[in-house]
Design a protein around this ligand. Structure first.
Ligand SMILES: Nc1ncnc2c1ncn2[C@@H]1O[C@H](COP(=O)(O)OP(=O)(O)O)[C@@H](O)[C@H]1O
Ligand SMILES: N[C@@H](CC(=O)OP(=O)(O)O)C(=O)O
Length: 625
């Protein structure tokens, strides 16, 4: 089969912000008639499918062969991909890119070119000439270290004896090799493969040059860090688009790195410290929708990365941003459904890797899904729900390994009147916002045993799920004043604000405050936070902790559930460091020692989420083993 290339760059690419190859669509050869295309029926609905990093990393061929073609006849399909991961996200491309960014700030081990100039301490003239040389658009990836020159790794190469490749460059090699291997294992057509390999190498060279520049200036701004992680989605989507074309699907790679609209003339721009408002997300939804519609009958393969956004994507949205982009795209296209494909059947009553008896939840409310994600069950990014549900588009979590399964549908409470959601003429409301009963999965592959469908017999009220968030530390502040002071809390919060510390849980008395925060602050920042907090009182820091959260909208009406939770932990000899219950009453949380996390998760699942099978005396409800 001779298929057109993945994309045809029409202009030389800048190494720091590579040109948007999506603009090359018009220069792509015409589609041969044998390629599958999106439905051209004007009545066909858009369907947005987002594939997570581990799914793209492990099942790209299966997605191209078994899943995507299934939907093409009936829908206009848009595909959003995350950066590739291997077995876990922690070992994935985005983490490697963040590692490379940190390594670029470490002292280089390269031998200096002259006594007065090193790559970490360089004259401006030297920097610009090196960047010019190292960012040649189509320069081949250098393999030889024998001649004195600046190579594509951003390394000043004098002689083999004096040179050591910087660690960030070795990390980029790892990323490059992993993507080349994946491409070679999946793409059969030699023309497509050659083009793809060249694109991967070019992107990796551009990344090296970018990292080299950051090493020279010894600084990475949040915006630069965003640009660095954006390479992950670029590479993943190029591979996915190539595999799809290789398998006969007329796919088009679409980069969204330039899609964020600039503020309209005269409008106040969003400062880097502000949070992004709904108006911003609405504008992105319109922009990405318009861009994708330009693909015509081609199936767009869209980078879930959509930075740079004001204030930085990592700071404003955080990891898992591709879910949010997929949601905005679904809104911009007025899609009938947003599907989030993962390596798990849907949302379970607990992490199925840790709790073997966890059950799939067929239908869950957006609030519960968001709460679970905030507290450790990273199934869907918490901002995703609001964007989609307010436009009446259902979200379905599905498993690439079990495509026929019904998955989990995220659906607002049945008693919420969805007609109250904001109407906006820019976004056609989905007409497929099915009633709750119709969304109850019935597919044969589904493992669903949930108790949530409106049509079922009444069941005992249960919490919905239990989750654990690890890598937590607790900061305790004990007021040094003898009498009550309204300034005590204000002082603490202003320190947290100044150092951008996000508090996951807080519990207070008049003179004592306990806060659970993520244990990811650099040592020096933590020391400064503690030093500042000491102005308000004595401070203790407890590390190696975890947050255990029981989540469920039914808990509002459940008397005794908190008692059951804490009694269970007591009986299991799990020590509780602090307790917190939010005003929305859909979450009861406590902080425990990290070493007890898995035991506590299983104990709470058994005591609060399992129902004894129905016997002669009927159901007896939640029970303690
Ligand atoms: N309550 C939960 N329900 C389902 N998965 C959960 C839950 N809590 C934690 N997880 C974990 O979240 C992971 C998310 O799925 P995965 O496909 O690996 O993510 P990604 O889309 O980022 O590649 C699963 O491996 C699963 O073990
Ligand atoms: N690659 C990014 C974005 C993302 O959304 O990932 P995933 O879909 O695998 O959660 C990250 O690791 O955060």
């Amino acid at each position: 089969m001779s298929s057109p290339p993945v994309s045809t760059p029409s202009s030389p690419r800048s190494p720091i912000s590579p040109s948007d190859p999506s603009s090359s669509a018009s220069s792509m050869p015409a589609t041969p008639p044998n390629l599958h295309q999106n439905s051209i029926d004007p009545a066909a609905k858009w369907l947005v499918q987002k594939y997570g990093g581990t799914s793209v990393g492990k099942f790209a061929k299966k997605i191209a062969e078994d899943i995507v073609p299934e939907y093409l006849d009936q829908h206009k399909l848009a595909i959003v991909c995350s950066a590739r991961s291997g077995s876990t996200k922690a070992l994935g491309t985005t983490n490697l890119l963040l590692r490379a960014a940190s390594e670029a700030l470490q002292r280089p081990t390269t031998s200096p070119s002259s006594p007065t100039e090193t790559p970490g301490n360089v004259t401006p003239a030297g920097l610009f000439s090196r960047l010019e040389q190292s960012s040649e658009p189509n320069s081949p990836r250098p393999r030889s270290k024998s001649s004195p020159r600046v190579d594509g790794f951003g390394t000043l190469t004098m002689s083999p004896a004096r040179t050591e490749k910087p660690s960030f460059s070795r990390t980029v090699d790892l990323i490059c090799d992993e993507h080349l291997t994946a491409a070679r294992a999946a793409v059969r057509d030699s023309e497509i493969l050659v083009e793809l390999e060249a694109e991967i190498e070019e992107d990796c060279d551009a990344l090296r040059s970018f990292l080299f520049a950051t090493q020279v200036i010894d600084e990475i701004s949040p915006r630069s860090r965003d640009s660095i992680i954006g390479f992950g989605e670029r590479l993943a989507c190029k591979i996915m688009a190539a595999i799809l074309r290789d398998r006969g699907v007329d796919a088009e790679y679409v980069s969204l790195e330039n899609v964020v609209p600039q503020p309209e003339e005269g409008a106040a721009s969003v400062s880097d410290t502000e949070t992004l408002g709904q108006e911003f997300y609405d504008r992105v939804a319109v922009a990405v929708g318009e861009r994708i519609k330009r693909c015509g009958a081609r199936v767009p393969v869209v980078t879930g990365f959509f930075g740079p956004v004001p204030g930085s994507l990592l700071r404003q949205v955080g990891r898992g941003y591709t879910d949010l982009l997929a949601a905005l795209l679904a809104v911009g296209l007025g899609a009938s459904e947003l599907q989030i494909w993962k390596e798990v059947d849907g949302i379970f009553t607990a992490d199925p890797r840790k709790v073997p008896t966890a059950r799939l939840i067929p239908i869950i409310s957006p609030e519960e899904a968001a709460e679970l994600t905030y507290y450790g069950s990273e199934v869907v990014h918490p901002f995703t729900m609001e964007q989609v549900i307010r436009r009446k588009i259902p979200i379905r979590i599905k498993n690439v390994e079990n495509p026929k399964g019904g998955g989990t549908v995220i659906h607002p409470d049945p008693d919420i009147d969805t007609s109250l959601f904001a109407e906006d003429p820019r976004f056609p409301a989905s007409t497929d916002f099915a009633p709750l009963a119709a969304l109850h999965p019935s597919s044969p592959g589904s493992h669903a045993v949930g108790a949530l469908a409106a049509t079922e017999l009444p069941r005992p009220k249960l919490p919905t799920a239990v989750t654990i968030k690890e890598h937590i530390m607790v900061l305790n502040v004990n007021s040094n004043r003898k009498s009550v002071s309204h300034g005590f809390l204000a002082g603490i919060f202003s320190v947290l604000d100044r150092f951008s510390v996000v508090v996951d849980l807080i519990s207070t008395s008049e003179v004592y405050v306990s806060m659970a925060i993520e244990d990811n602050l650099e040592k020096s920042r933590l020391e400064r936070v503690v030093r500042e907090l000491r102005k308000s009182g004595s401070v203790t820091v407890i590390r190696d902790m975890a947050i255990l959260s029981l989540v469920g909208k039914q808990m509002r009406q459940m008397v005794g559930i908190a008692g059951r939770m804490f009694t269970t932990l007591g009986q299991g000899a799990v020590n509780i460091e602090m307790i917190s219950q939010g005003a929305n009453e859909i979450n009861i949380s406590c902080v425990i020692q990290a070493r007890d996390a898995e035991k506590a998760l299983n104990l709470i699942h058994m005591s609060c989420l399992q129902v004894r099978p129905e016997g002669a005396r009927g159901r007896v409800g939640p029970w303690l083993y």
